[in-house]
Design a protein around this ligand. Structure first.
Ligand SMILES: Cc1cc2nc3c(=O)[nH]c(=O)nc-3n(C[C@H](O)[C@H](O)[C@H](O)COP(=O)(O)OP(=O)(O)OC[C@H]3O[C@@H](n4cnc5c(N)ncnc54)[C@H](O)[C@@H]3O)c2cc1C
Length: 409
């Protein structure tokens, strides 16, 4: 769920006119190649994703939810909704999740120099970022992180290791949490640093994930000198920024827009996979179809919840557990949809996936939905209930803000 600025109220006829404007823009700019581009996770669609990002940025629509002075559109909640709906309908590639993570951090906590250096290239899709939070032994218990940054003149000298760093091998910059003090509570000694990935002393080692592809990395820092000017917020005050960013990350995991498209593709796969004249196959198809309908109803309910949160955010009245509730529910339904795709295809899904991983080329992912894509969704989808904070951690957070007050005497 994104925080929206209070945009103007829009008359129904104006909303319809806006819808037509978005449709006309999509018809003119969203090529078939971009619409058909694969999108199991973010990485696989990286080239079309960047191309689409630049097209939206040229129109001024890449970061609609940002404050207007930083490149937002000032749309009403309804216009945001129309925009999302039309992008979903046209099957537009989703933009990088990092956009709505580091962007809000920079314009909320960054110095003027940081804003003027980083915000425009981020908004325009020219610079890629990665997230250096997790470390071996510091995932859910993030505050225990040990990568040290020691002040030396106008620099910090960074030593340590990050892990599970998505896109580190492609990123130009990393936003990282580092330990600048060991005094007091662990949270009180953490700072938020922007690190240029070309700085000497950084080593990146790939991790191949369960889908067989390379999204993830280990990143090692050995006496990496980072200018003090790259500190966001005050030294040792990074924990507040870290949590602020995580809320934006949780809101972005598994967007409803992408999920609806995924559900439609799985339905098409299931429809094509069964011979409905065979009673056994027809029964299995019916069971899958029924389960997909249940997922669709859940998506509609989540969409309604999301819209309500968006409307409340204009009044700065969102429920504090909202991002955790959405992250938990969205990722679980995402996994269910992916499982149904695999159930429909059976062993074919696995065979196509193996062929894809052995000869990975983006073209293989284009065209009508096949087993490879279904299996990639299923395999990589296992990660969605882990990254950005596991489901167990989300349940703890929800309990803290909802359950604790409800169970109070
Ligand atoms: C595909 C993928 C991409 C990722 N990308 C990035 C990235 O770009 N940058 C980055 O910094 N990190 C990234 N991560 C890391 C991710 O944030 C961590 O994996 C996540 O926070 C969990 O931490 P962990 O892996 O150390 O598991 P652990 O924290 O060790 O958890 C292990 C298990 O214990 C459970 N558990 C732990 N603590 C509690 C508790 N208090 N109560 C109940 N259960 C608990 C967890 O739910 C989990 O089931 C990524 C992870 C994945 C899978």
């Amino acid at each position: 769920m994104i925080e929206l600025e209070a945009g103007p109220e829009v008359e129904p006829s104006q909303a319809e006119a806006f819808r037509q404007e978005v449709r006309a823009f999509l018809a003119a700019n969203l090529t078939k190649e971009l619409a058909d581009a694969p999108r199991t996770s973010l990485l696989i669609s990286e080239i079309p994703q960047q191309e689409w990002h630049r097209i939206l940025a040229a129109k001024g629509w890449a970061t609609p939810s940002w404050p207007v002075e930083f490149g937002g559109t000032g749309w009403s909640a309804e216009q945001h909704q129309v925009f999302e709906e039309e992008l979903s309908r046209a099957n537009a590639p989703p933009l990088s999740a990092f956009l709505e993570m580091i962007g809000p951090v920079l314009y909320t906590y960054g110095t003027e120099a940081q804003i003027s250096r980083h915000l425009a290239p981020l908004r325009e899709g020219e610079i890629l970022w990665c997230q250096g939070y997790s470390e071996p032994g510091s995932g859910s218990d993030l505050a225990s992180l040990r990568t040290r940054a020691v002040r030396d003149g106008d620099d910090y000298v960074v030593n340590g290791q990050k892990i599970w760093t998505t896109y580190a091998h492609q990123a130009d910059w990393m936003f990282a949490l580092v330990r600048t003090s060991t005094e007091g509570r662990p949270q009180a000694g953490i700072s938020f640093l922007l690190i240029d990935m070309t700085t000497p002393g950084i080593t990146i080692r790939p991790i191949r994930s369960i889908d067989g592809l390379h999204h993830l990395n280990e990143v090692f820092f050995s006496d990496v000198r980072v200018p003090v000017d790259n500190l966001v917020g005050a030294e040792n005050a990074g924990w507040t920024i870290a949590k602020f960013l995580l809320e934006h990350e949780r809101s972005g995991v598994g967007s409803l827009l992408t999920l609806k498209g995924q559900l439609d593709r799985v339905r098409a796969v299931a429809d094509a996979a069964f011979d409905l004249t065979d009673p056994g196959q027809a029964r299995e198809h019916g069971a899958i179809d029924y389960a997909l309908c249940e997922c669709e109803i859940t998506l509609q309910a989540l969409d309604a919840f999301n819209q309500r949160q968006a409307a409340l955010s204009v009044r700065r009245a969102v429920h504090p557990a909202g991002p955790s509730m959405m992250k938990l529910a969205v990722t679980e339904v995402q996994q269910k949809i992916a499982e149904l795709g695999v159930r429909a295809l059976g062993i074919d899904a696995l065979r196509d996936q193996s062929a894809l991983v052995e000869n990975y080329r983006p073209e293989l992912m284009r065209g009508p939905p096949g087993g490879a894509l279904v299996m990639l969704h299923y395999l990589f989808g296992r990660a969605f209930t882990i990254l950005g904070g596991t489901s167990e951690i989300q349940r703890n957070l929800i309990f803290r803000s909802v359950g604790a007050s409800a169970s109070a005497p």
